[in-house]
Design a protein around this ligand. Structure first.
Ligand code: DON
Length: 316
């Protein structure tokens, strides 16, 4: 029988608190994102963790209640919806499931590789193209569908867009505009690009806590069933595809190192969040806005690396 290296329940809380204490210094070695000016106002030394087990029990420590914007972790939710709304073979003719050795907002691959298709749905180009393929007559309907899935996955109907971050991103999001207009020129996306980008910016600006992303990750750990609400939100095949692409692409060009260091499907956001999935065991949400040069939370990564080692969560 598989040996469970986790401490007993009484020790779990203490263990998470110890980890926050011993890892907070890493936040001093990263930088908050400033290319979205509003994110530059975040407090860099925040560090929090939340764990949601497959039975719905939750454990938390540090700044787990401090809200931050979900940013690219929203791409996981968009990917779930686009998989539910499209046949997989057809979808991959528009967005593939290939890894990238470039940054999350890279443009170069759209022209030089992969027949103009975004490499995967975890990078900016792939997420923008995905939103357009979600079911709905208007961009507003597509946006509402993805937001509703985010609310269902976190179990929190009160999730809201942080208006200041949304406006800040909208004002400065020219790289994303470039990606979207380029994809329109090659026929990857159709329709109104400004409305599409607006939906993308809003989805990135939804405010969450560590607990919210831990619960989201737990839904993936439980193959689409929420351990908190008991509802089945999607099927196991969808969960499997999402976890596979998170493993190979969720941390962008840092995905290989993350697989070695942490060994779990993960997804980061420039708001400082990372969610990680321990299949059938738990979802983990960490937050630390000080980022490494690839845009991944430095303290969050180190926390996950230690937790994975201590509780034997590495799937490899
Ligand atoms: O589009 C952007 O650049 C941001 N809204 C999201 C990027 C992001 O979170 C990358 N993650 N580490």
């Amino acid at each position: 029988m598989e040996k469970d290296h986790r401490p007993d329940r009484a020790e779990m809380q203490q263990h998470l608190e110890d980890l926050i204490h011993t890892h907070r210094h890493w936040t001093g070695q990263g930088n908050v994102a400033t290319y979205i000016p509003e994110l530059g106002k975040q407090q860099p030394d925040l560090l929090g963790i939340s764990v949601c087990e497959a039975d719905g029990s939750r454990w938390q420590a540090g700044d787990w209640q401090t809200p931050f914007t979900i940013q690219s972790i929203s791409k996981v939710v968009t990917f779930v919806c686009v998989l539910l709304d499209n046949d997989y073979e057809t979808l991959t003719k528009t967005i593939s499931v290939a890894p990238t050795a470039d940054g999350f907002n890279s443009i170069v691959n759209l022209e030089t590789k992969n027949e103009h298709r975004p490499l995967n749905a975890m990078i900016n180009s792939g997420a923008i193209a995905s939103i357009a393929l979600v079911k709905g007559d208007t961009m507003e309907t597509k946006y509402r569908r993805i937001l509703a899935m985010m609310q269902a996955m976190t179990g929190r109907e009160t999730l809201q867009v942080n208006e200041a971050v949304y406006q800040s991103e909208k004002r400065t999001g020219d790289r994303n505009r470039a990606l979207a207009f380029y994809m329109k020129s090659t026929g990857i996306i159709q329709g109104n690009v400004d409305e599409l980008l607006d939906a993308y910016f809003k989805l990135c600006s939804v405010e969450v806590t560590c607990e919210d992303i831990a619960v989201m990750a737990a839904v993936l750990a439980c193959d689409g069933r929420s351990p908190v609400t008991g509802k089945t939100l999607f099927d196991a095949k969808t969960a499997r595809i999402v976890k596979a692409v998170m493993t190979t692409c969720g941390m962008y060009d840092g995905s290989g190192e993350f697989a070695v260091d942490v060994g779990m499907p993960g997804k980061s956001g420039v708001g400082g969040g990372i969610m990680a999935v321990s299949p059938r065991k738990m979802g983990i949400g960490v937050m630390g806005p000080a980022l490494d040069p690839k845009g991944n939370s430095l303290g969050g990564w180190k926390l996950l690396q230690s937790l994975s080692r201590d509780w034997d969560l590495n799937i490899f």
